[in-house]
Design a protein around this ligand. Sequence first.
Ligand SMILES: NC(=O)C1=CN([C@@H]2O[C@H](COP(=O)(O)OP(=O)(O)OC[C@H]3O[C@@H](n4cnc5c(N)ncnc54)[C@H](OP(=O)(O)O)[C@@H]3O)[C@@H](O)[C@H]2O)C=CC1
Ligand SMILES: O=C([O-])CC(=O)C(=O)O
Length: 260
Amino acid sequence: MLNIGIIGCGAITEAIVRGLAEADRLKIRALYDRHPQKTAYISGLLKDPPEIFDFEGMIKACDLIIEAASQGAVREFILPALKAGKNAMIMSVGALADDELLDEIKRISEEKHCKVYIPSGAIAGIDGLRAAAESKIEKVRITTRKPPQTLGVEGDEALKERVLFEGSAREAVKRFPANINVSLTLSLAGIGPDLTEVVVIQDPMIDRNIHEVEIEGAFGRMKMRFENLPSPSNPKTSFLAALSAISAIKRITEPIEIGT
Ligand SMILES: NC(=O)C1=CN([C@@H]2O[C@H](COP(=O)(O)OP(=O)(O)OC[C@H]3O[C@@H](n4cnc5c(N)ncnc54)[C@H](OP(=O)(O)O)[C@@H]3O)[C@@H](O)[C@H]2O)C=CC1
Ligand SMILES: O=C([O-])CC(=O)C(=O)O
């Protein structure tokens, strides 16, 4: 039985809890959010609600700590979880643009024999990128289009299509901490946050989060396009990101592993 604790009780956690309701071999034992009413809401969705709502209790009772909160929460909770010898899953992958934090996570995981899981999130094709990275990669580029409001653009400024950002993944996750974590996932699988190129476009004509990923290298060329429906309670977050977390959790507990 895999005992799970989740930090953050927002859109992703709501989908995880609904998605894992009937799953075997695991149990959500603990939830934590800085808004107790959100914790209470998520807890109320479970048939067998958890009884632990603080991080210290979570660390004691759980084998896997899932961060689905914010970049800040990665440093605040994932480092202590790993130090306590627990496995971890990170959704706010943008936090790992901080080399010092990434190195510390790697060092502690190795020392404590822990595993850190990073789901593919709001995109797919990470398997192909990892395979391609076994040889030379010349280019990894993600072009993301989102409705202006999800990127913090309001009023008259929100009426037209506009490129808001063009630069490296390292810079992109600083500028948009809750919108382009996927660029850091690509970076970790491919050529790093300085060489991974990001374009962010506000598009008032769309009601989806659209990501186009282009990869070129010794293997040839890959081009992928995702037209993601938003999560009901957080339009910045694609529903696919939450589904990806569910699938990554099941992958840990199920006896047969499909795909690389
Ligand atoms: N890897 C990927 O592909 C994707 C990653 N994400 C990322 O995953 C994370 C979760 O997404 P989502 O569920 O939509 O987010 P939500 O904003 O819906 O929910 C997050 C919850 O966690 C709380 N929280 C944030 N930081 C802390 C903290 N330090 N301590 C306690 N509670 C905290 C938030 O409170 P408050 O509102 O006060 O901050 C909020 O209640 C986000 O960082 C998001 O950017 C999203 C989509 C794709
Ligand atoms: O959900 C998405 O489409 C992408 C996203 O917010 C992120 O990567 O942070």
